[in-house]
Design a protein around this ligand. Structure first.
Ligand code: KIV
Ligand code: NA
Length: 266
């Protein structure tokens, strides 16, 4: 099956909603691929996979290793890899070097980076040189040290205006799509109606051109999740119950059973 392309994503603006989920591993990519237009190798893997306190310590090497695994596990969805903190902000040239290396290492089609107007020159530098860029505005987790937390953005009129301006700047700079995270709903509606590229919401609005969630959040792997996460399952409970069953059987010598052992032919 041919993979979803960047032009195909752009053409979905205002049409059938785009479906995106995060994936970090080959098996998860295989399971999610048939259901998704896009798979995002998010730097959320810092917390989800590695137990780091934020996405700030995530490295290019981590993104490359997980990005390659997700490309190997998918056939249909477009794979987008997050650029980690520190790999792109200093200059468009630095961003190009990091992004090109990521695409070479992984086989992914595009990168995502956080930031608005300040990153617009970088977005155009990459886009004009063959690297499709998904932008990310509103709550930008890599800026946690500056923002002071993960609360929703755009409560004041000034901040709302800034976020809309950020989205418009990266759209004008050539981003092929924008993630809008953790904003007051009317901001996401205004951005979606005023830019020509698809918006992907997370804690944003059902009017966005698509939606994304962190897969482990959506599956119920964590006790504490943001308000915008809908839990479609209780994976932590499921795994815990199976681990308890296995532990009981081991302790009672009920596992392995006759089917799970090798018996020599007599
Ligand atoms: O890192 C991530 O998973 C993300 C999505 C939540 C948009 O950036
Ligand atoms: Na991210």
């Amino acid at each position: 099956m041919k993979r979803v392309t960047v032009p195909a994503v752009r053409q979905r603006k205002g049409k059938e909603p785009l479906v995106m989920l995060t994936a970090y591993t080959v098996r998860m990519a295989q399971i999610l691929d048939p259901h998704c237009d896009m798979l995002l190798v998010g730097d959320s893997l810092g917390q989800v996979i590695y137990g780091l306190p934020s996405t700030v310590p995530v490295t290019l090497d981590m993104m490359a290793a997980h990005g390659a695994a997700v490309v190997r596990g998918s056939y249909h969805a477009m794979v987008i890899v997050d650029m980690p903190f520190g790999s792109y902000e200093a200059s468009p040239e630095k961003a190009f070097e990091s992004a090109a290396w990521l695409l070479k290492q992984t086989g992914a089609a595009a990168v995502k980076l956080e930031g608005g107007a300040a990153m617009a020159p970088t977005v155009s530098f990459l886009s004009e040189r063959g690297i499709p860029v998904m932008a990310h505005v509103g709550l930008t987790p890599q800026a946690v040290n500056a923002l002071g937390g993960y609360g929703a953005r755009g409560r004041s009129e000034a901040e709302a205006k800034k976020i809309v301006g950020d989205a418009q700047a990266v759209a004008a700079a050539g981003a092929f799509s924008i993630v809008i995270e953790g904003v007051m709903e009317p901001i996401a509606v205004e951005i979606t109606s005023s830019v020509a590229i698809p918006t992907i919401g997370i804690g944003a609005s059902a009017e966005c051109d698509g939606q994304v969630l962190v897969t482990e959040d959506m599956l119920g792997m964590f006790e504490r999740v943001p308000k915008f996460v809908k839990r479609y399952g209780d994976m932590a409970g499921y795994i815990g119950e199976r681990a308890a069953s296995y532990a009981d059987e081991v302790r009672q010598r009920a596992f392995p059973g006759a089917d799970q052992i090798y018996v020599p032919k007599s």
